[in-house]
Ligand binder design. Structure first.
Ligand code: TPP
Ligand code: MG
Length: 1105
């Protein structure tokens, strides 16, 4: 199209006019060709470009001509010029034949009346070109008219008519031409061993291949090799022939898929299960993909999928024990901790023998939230990690399959973002097979209102993935497509899409009424036989199976279900662990669950890493480094000599020491290799040689673990999800994602909310992922300032009113119990320790780390090696070590703060010469809140006023999180509780006996009974004295007491003066006041002057006594 347009827009040269005036005036192609051949007869040129049209028979040659003509129309033979001007030529270069077609032109004479060996007449050439164009037209547009829709709502009325119109409207062949023999071009495989076929047969075969139940969309692919591969796999005669055994296997699998849904419908008629009815073929389809892939060497398949057909997939693809699945319907109490999740979200991991290939296979279905498609990048990250740990560099052993709903696949942007990772060196999983369970509806909305693209799969075109549309009512067509998809992936290691076009027999879920919104569609569906019956009828009719066999296979499966159902009834509890998608075998076993390994390292290790990190590549003489970087390296070396570290060096020390200990480190995000703020420089670039780089952290020790640092695509959602998935695979790795600026992390909010903050609670799955979020109000305007730490803190699950029992294990116990860690470190040493602590912990928790911008180069934000060497550790609170700290009794004011504002505060304190009067304490680990240390410090400064100072606005930053926790810490007691359960990581629990997701007031008595928290709320006061002023510390469970009196008290408690800075007065009189900016809708002001004015005001307020 583009080419044609270019051709037309070229101005005709006068020369061209002279030579081709007659040509252009005539309309028929044969006339044009006649002229062209005539011209060829009288002119001879040496160069290829000067050769006439009729001599050029290879596509590459034609392409050459075309390019030459584009550059200068006069440079080619006049006949070529005329041909290109006629706009007949549209073929892109990728569609030229693979090998040179050396066919002499005389070969076109195939009994069309011409004398053998003689030059063909122009009509013969013309007709052959027309046939070629028709073949190509089928390949390009056949899918548009293929019979893809089982309901025939969107199918063409008559294939003949449609083909004529869509495929070859521009070419006219009559009945008399149908028996004519045509030479087949090398761009088609329909002939098999035949070099030529009668036109009728050509059209028949093309019609069958491209316009029947399969629609292949592939001609947009930029690779000729790939296009030919696809043509071959669909066009070769006989590809759709199945043996009777294969047919029986398909039937058996379809029977199970259908039987499973029917069994659930019978036993749990009022339960939501998001059945697959209308697209049951997806189960045999997945099995076929797995069979073929296993045969081709794959040993592990990681799948991501939404609600639809999930239980069926677990049962019949993964072969998860049916009784475990049925137990999920029983509404049993969980045997393990956590909130759990609904049954159609849970993950699984199974290792089993593939009976078809007789090879062992591992299948994982990754747990996923309701948020459609959010699991896609997570699956990719997990797959990538598994490939990495197995040394599977080409994805031959581990692969991913992503299953999508039609509406979500085209509607959710993360699909596009994930697709764009597919070919990036550090993110590729070497080909994903996407399967769309296309039921032609999303909830109540049909495609006419839910997408602007013709297909729901068009997003895949951007990465040149072939798309195989197939009618889900034709099991054999589906199996063929799946086989090709698996072979495609194994051959090219690129994504491809299977679009299973089916329908949805019921409503969105089994309780929904679809006739409300899609009456006509559902009238059709009601009359439509299901796929199993259609296929069984077909196989019976052709004699492959008998009716009795069909019935007996179905009955056998029903028996299996009944047995499992009986077994499920004997279960008393569900176990979330049975649903774990990423077991870490050996990680937890034999470990003291509360013992943290030391994070300090030998000084010589620091020196070694520091020296390596500041060295140019070993072949420095040839490797030309930028002068500015030479200075950076020299400055690093100076620091190492002086035994101090800045931020970048501290981070490198953490990475380097972990790598030394065999811990794989992976840092990913936008521009992380250099670092947004040009401070990191992990990858040195040869200034003269493209792609020649050096990464010193990969060369610290000969036996170190691998280090990978990767600039990512400009996506937060997909890349954060990817790294989360990566972190799930192996606990012995430090996986970090860095936001360019912290605020951009909100485009990945679903990953944060649905996976990172709540994954452990919902799916008993841990992750030690680190999110590095540049944060700090530095006058850069509303964006680029705040990572919105308040949001992360709001999702922290430590109870503000509960002071856990004090013991030596206080800190680690808190970490163990919380959902994630939120910190804002002010020193490189603390950064070093907190990163190392991620691995030193005997469990894994995500770490949300606010990171600095200006502090990266701040002369005071440096740490001596002594703070990182053996015996040192992470400091949750950094006390005041100056004059105030040394003489706490006389301190008038204690300023608690977190993050970079500390340096502004100390500067202001020095300016005011209040070093002895004002103590400044840094809360480095904000969550879980260091109750014990806050209490200890507050007690130390007995007479001082306590202030929380923050640079963020009052409704932002840490204030709303720390305020109630300060009160609890200062009183050293539990204040007033709203719940007798500790706070939870995930919003609701899903086990039907413990909670409800329906927040209506229609609580029946039985509901009250089934919800302990609710019944306790209305129970009589059974106070054991642990309410107001109750036990300061003690047993966690005892301290969870709760009664109505407390609730009332809490509801009625004055909320404090929100407008004025300050003050919730605690019961013992100790209070913490707020100093800082007023609440605001925006994160920062756009004006630098205003920023400075506000900052000065808050510093003054905070420091003045
Ligand atoms: C991000 C997101 N938005 C909205 C929803 C609510 N929702 C659940 S299923 C559904 C329809 C999905 O349609 P489709 O992708 O075609 O899958 P189907 O249910 O038809 O299998 C919607 C809108 C959701 N789960 N996730
Ligand atoms: Mg749908």
């Amino acid at each position: 199209m583009h080419r044609a347009h270019t051709a037309f827009s070229l101005a005709l040269s006068p020369m061209a006019h002279r030579n081709f005036a007659t040509w252009l005036l005539k309309s028929g192609t044969s006339q044009k060709l006649a002229k062209a051949t005539a011209a060829a007869a009288v002119r001879t040129y040496n160069s290829a470009a000067a050769e006439p049209f009729a001599n050029g028979s290879t596509a590459t040659y034609v392409e050459e001509m075309y390019n030459a003509w584009l550059r200068d129309p006069a440079s080619v033979h006049t006949s070529w010029d005329a041909y290109f001007r006629s706009n007949t030529y549209t073929s892109p270069p990728n569609l030229a034949p693979v090998q040179a077609n050396t066919l002499p032109l005389t070969a076109f004479n195939l009994g069309g009346g011409a004398v053998a060996g003689a030059a063909p007449d122009s009509k013969t050439i013309d007709d052959h070109l027309a046939v070629q164009a028709i073949i190509r037209s089928y390949q390009i547009r056949g899918h548009n008219i293929a019979h893809l829709d089982p309901l025939e709502i969107n199918s063409p009325e008559l294939p003949g008519n449609s083909s004529t119109k869509t495929i070859y409207a521009n070419f006219s062949f009559g009945e008399q031409d149908m028996e004519r023999q045509f030479k087949l071009p090398s761009t088609t495989f329909i002939g098999g061993d035949e070099a030529s076929l009668p036109l009728k047969e050509i059209l028949n075969r093309l019609e069958n291949v491209y316009c029947n139940k399969i629609g292949v969309e592939f001609m947009f692919i930029n690779s000729l090799e790939q296009c030919n591969w696809i043509r071959k796999h669909f066009e070769t005669p006989g590809v759709l022939n199945f043996s009777p055994e294969e047919k029986r296997l398909i039937l058996a699998r379809l029977t199970r898929a259908t039987g499973f849904e029917a069994f659930l419908a019978k036993k749990y008629s009022s339960e939501k299960r998001f059945g697959l009815e209308g697209c049951e073929i997806m189960i045999p389809a997945l099995k076929e993909i797995i069979d073929v892939s296993t045969e081709l060497g794959v040993e592990s398949v990681i799948m991501g999928m939404p609600h639809r057909g999930r239980l069926n997939t677990l049962a019949n693809v993964c072969r998860k024990p049916l009784n475990q699945i049925f137990t999920q319907f029983a509404g049993l109490e969980a045997a393990d901790d956590g909130s759990g999740d609904v049954k159609y979200h849970l993950g699984t991991y199974i290792e089993r023998l593939n009976r078809v290939t007789n090879k062992n296979i591992r299948l994982a279905v990754v747990a996923n939230p309701s948020h459609l498609e959010a699991v896609d990048p997570v699956v990719q990250g997990k797959t990538r990690a598994e490939q990495f740990y197995r040394g599977d560099q080409e994805g031959k052993k581990v692969m991913s399959i992503l299953i999508h709903g039609d509406a979500a696949f085209c509607g959710q942007g993360v699909v596009y973002e994930t697709m764009h990772l597919s070919d990036l060196p550090d993110y590729t999983t070497h080909g994903t097979i996407h399967v769309v369970a296309n039921n032609q509806i999303g909830f109540t909305t049909d495609p006419r209102f839910s997408r602007s693209s013709p297909y729901c799969t068009d997003v895949a075109r951007v990465v040149n993935a072939p798309i195989f549309h197939v009618n889900a009512d034709d099991p054999e067509a589906v199996m063929h497509v799946c086989k090709v998809a698996a072979e495609w992936r194994a051959t090219f290691h690129k994504d491809c899409v299977i679009d299973l076009v089916g329908y949805r027999r019921n409503g969105h879920n089994e309780i929904d009424e679809p006739m409300f919104t899609q009456p006509l569609m559902y009238q059709k569906i009601r009359k439509h036989k299901n796929c199993l019956d259609l296929y069984a009828d077909k196989l019976i009719a052709e004699g492959t199976v008998t009716g009795e066999e069909v019935k007996s296979v179905a009955a056998k499966y029903e028996n299996i279900c009944e047995e499992a159902f009986a077994l499920a009834k004997t279960e008393t509890h569900v176990k979330y662990k049975d649903w774990l998608d990423s077991p870490w075998s050996g990680f937890f076993e034999g470990k003291d669950p509360l013992k943290v390994a030391p994070t300090g390292v030998k000084e010589e290790t620091l020196i070694h890493i520091g020296n390596r990190f500041s060295m140019p590549p070993p072949n420095a003489a040839e490797f030309v480094i930028h002068k500015g970087l030479m200075r950076v390296l020299a400055a690093r070396k100076n620091m190492v000599d002086e035994k101090v570290t800045d931020w970048a060096l501290g981070e490198a020390m953490a990475f380097g020491s972990l790598l030394k200990e065999g811990i794989h480190v992976r840092l990913s995000g936008q521009d992380v290799e250099r670092g947004t703020f040009s401070h990191r420089h992990h990858v040195l670039h040869h200034q003269l040689v493209d792609k020649a780089t050096y990464n010193s952290l990969q060369h610290m020790y000969p036996d170190q673990a691998p280090y990978s640092v990767s600039n990512s695509s400009l996506s937060e959602y997909a890349v954060l999800g990817f790294e989360h998935g990566y972190s799930m695979t192996n606990p012995n790795a430090l996986v970090l994602w860095e936001a360019q600026f912290g605020d951009f992390s909100n485009t990945a909010q679903s990953i944060i909310d649905q996976f990172i903050s709540s994954g452990q609670s919902k799916w008993v799955r841990q992750s030690g992922l680190v999110m590095l979020l540049p944060h700090g109000m530095e006058g850069m305007g509303p964006e680029h300032s705040s990572c919105r730490v308040e949001r992360f803190l709001q999702m922290s699950s430590d109870d503000p009113d509960y002071f856990p029992p004090e013991s030596d294990e206080f800190a680690v116990r808190q970490l163990h119990d919380i959902n994630w860690i939120v910190a804002n470190c002010t020193t490189p040493a603390n950064l070093f320790h907190i990163l190392r602590r991620q691995i030193a912990l005997p469990f894994r928790k995500p770490l949300i780390l606010c990171t600095p911008k200006s502090l990266l180069r701040h002369p005071e934000a440096k740490s001596p090696f002594s703070e990182m060497s053996e015996g040192s550790e992470f400091q949750r609170i950094i006390p005041d070590n100056g004059p105030a700290g040394q003489n706490p009794g006389s301190v008038k004011k204690v300023v608690f703060c977190s993050g970079r504002v500390y340096y502004d505060l100390t500067k202001m304190r020095a300016e005011k010469q209040l070093e002895s009067d004002v103590a400044i304490l840094r809360v480095e680990q904000i969550s879980p809140f260091p109750f014990d240390l806050v209490k200890e410090q507050a007690n130390l400064y007995k007479n001082a006023e306590l202030v929380w100072a923050q640079e963020e606005h009052k409704n932002q930053g840490s204030w709303t999180y720390v305020q109630p926790r300060f009160l609890t810490a200062l009183n050293h007691s539990r204040d007033v509780s709203q719940s007798d359960e500790p706070m939870s990581f995930s919003k609701t629990t899903t086990n039907t006996t413990t909670t409800t997701t329906d927040h209506t007031n229609n609580e029946s008595a039985s509901e009250t009974e089934s919800k302990p928290w609710l019944s306790r709320m209305f129970a009589s006061n059974k106070s054991d004295g642990s309410t107001e002023g109750g036990p300061a510390t003690g047993d966690f469970n005892a301290a969870k007491h709760f009664d109505l009196k407390n609730v009332r008290h809490d509801f009625n408690r004055p909320a404090g003066n929100a407008a004025a800075p300050g003050a919730r007065i605690s019961k013992t009189g100790r209070k913490i006041s707020y100093t800082g900016r007023a609440a605001s809708a925006s994160t920062a002001t756009g004006s630098k002057a205003q920023h400075i004015r506000e900052l000065n005001a808050l510093l003054n307020d905070a420091i003045s006594t």
